[in-house]
Each structure stands twice: as C-alpha cells, then as structure tokens.
Ligand binder design. Structure first.
Ligand SMILES: C[S@@+](CC[C@H](N)C(=O)[O-])C[C@H]1O[C@@H](n2cnc3c(N)ncnc32)[C@H](O)[C@@H]1O
Length: 242
C-alpha cells in the first residue's frame, strides 16, 4: 500500500516538474533559444521593440503613398530585419521582393545591399524610394538577372519575393515565392541568416521547413515576435557551416 502511494507521488512529482519545465521553455520561447545559441544576438527583442517605434513613420508613409499595408513588409518583420542588420553587421545583404524592405536594409546600414524584384515596375518604384531618401540605388536588379548570376552569397537574406495573395488562379508571381526557394537558400552564405516572410501560409511553411532541414539550416520560429494584424509572420533560419 505504502509502495503504491510512493509510486503515485513520484509520478505526480514528475508530471509537476515536466509542466514547470514546459512553462519555462515557453516563457523563454524561440527568441531565447536563438540568443542562447547565438549570444551575439543578445538584445534582439529589445532592439525589435525600439525599431517598431523608429520605423513606424517611414513605413506609414510608404504604405500610404506607394504600396499597401498588406503588401509591404510588416512593421514587426521590418523591425526584425533592422535589428538583425544592426546586430549582425552583414557585409552583404540581399532583399528579395523590393520595397520597404530595401529602405530598411539600406538605411540601417548593411555594407553592400542588393534589392531584387520580379516586377520591373516595382523595382523602379524602389529605386525612386531609395533615391528620395538619399540612399544608394546600386545593385537593384530584376530576379532573372539575379538568377543568371549564380554563386552570389549574402550574410543576410530577406525572402519576400512574389505576390503571395491568394487568388483563384496562381499566377507566375504567386508561384515564384516557392519556386525561387531553393535558389534563395543557395544565396545564403555559410553562417548566414535568412528571414522568410509570409511563412503563415501552411503548405508553403511545411515545404520550406522540409527543405531547410534537408539543407542543414536551423530554424527559429519567430511567430510571436513578428505576427501582424493580417496574421502574417516570419521565421528566421541560420545556415550552418558547409
Ligand atoms: C510581398 S511584396 C514585397 C514587399 C517588399 N518586401 C516591401 O517590404 O515592400 C512582393 C512583390 O509584390 C509586388 N508589390 C509590392 N507592392 C505591391 C502592391 N501594393 N500591389 C501589387 N504588387 C505589389 C512587388 O513586385 C514585390 O516584390
């Protein structure tokens, strides 16, 4: 009888302990795991909060005068990109799907930034935006031109290429988000970082995840930190040494 009750209390203790551990793990969350593995990203969450304030005005005018709230990088993901640019100091940054994201990488100050678009019209608008803000318009190129120059590698890549709005027919720009993904992974340097926007789309998310794992990337699901009012969010991936 005593044996049974001592076994029961051990089971209850084990359950209580695992619940506590689970709660602690949830509290630390993905950003905690990210910073534990990459201590040079300490302060990322605080920088993201600060950038949400700092970027609100420029993003507001961009979505009002040039694009739209649903198409431009969300304020939350823009804050992630700005914070990573500041903390990682990438020598080369690549912004796939140009627009407000181009302003962010170039204004925070990656040493060399490339901005790529599959739409010549939107690329032209990006060049106009950068020029109007006194930023460099170097390395603004069409996706086909970029693809033709295989072998370019970047320390920070933002993948927001192609129009992911769901419609009755999947036009070329919608499909591009996913078809471009293997080439996007190729463009990330060893020990480089990739921000994958619009990963809330479930089929896309699952297929990206499988490919990321197969190609040896670690994934940090920054859902809580980047989710916006449209339900969009981004994940961060790190390419291990080859
Ligand atoms: C998700 S958007 C990329 C947004 C970009 N990263 C930014 O921060 O503004 C993907 C593509 O849609 C096109 N695009 C951008 N704004 C658009 C708009 N308001 N309406 C239609 N297409 C747009 C551009 O070709 C762009 O590369």
């Amino acid at each position: 009888m005593r044996l049974r009750s001592s076994f029961g209390s051990r089971v209850r203790y084990a359950i209580k302990l695992s619940r506590q551990l689970l709660a602690e793990a949830r509290a630390v969350g993905e950003i905690g795991r990210l910073v534990n593995q990459h201590p040079h990203l300490a302060g990322l969450e605080q920088r993201m909060l600060a950038y949400r304030g700092e970027l609100a005005a420029t993003r507001g005018s961009y979505t009002r005068d040039v694009s739209s709230d649903a198409m431009a990088l969300s304020l939350q993901t823009a804050a992630l990109v700005a914070s990573l640019t500041e903390l990682l100091k990438p020598a080369r940054a690549l912004d796939l799907g140009s627009g407000y994201s181009s302003f962010v990488t170039r204004s925070v100050g990656a040493t060399e930034c490339w901005s790529v678009d599959d739409s010549p019209e939107w690329l032209e608008r990006t060049v106009g935006l950068l020029a109007s803000r006194g930023l460099s318009t170097e390395h603004c190129l069409h996706w086909e031109e970029f693809e033709a120059r295989s072998g370019e590698r970047f320390d920070l890549v933002v993948h927001d290429l192609g129009d992911v709005r769901q419609g009755p027919a999947k036009h070329a720009s919608q499909a591009l988000r996913e078809t471009a993904f293997p080439a996007v992974l190729d463009a990330v340097s060893p020990r480089g970082w990739l921000v994958i926007d619009d990963i809330h789309i479930s089929g896309y998310r699952q297929r990206c995840r499988r490919l990321l794992e197969a190609r040896g990337f670690s994934v940090f699901r920054l859902t809580r930190e980047t989710i916006d009012s449209h339900g969009r969010y981004a994940w961060l991936a790190f390419r291990e040494e080859e």
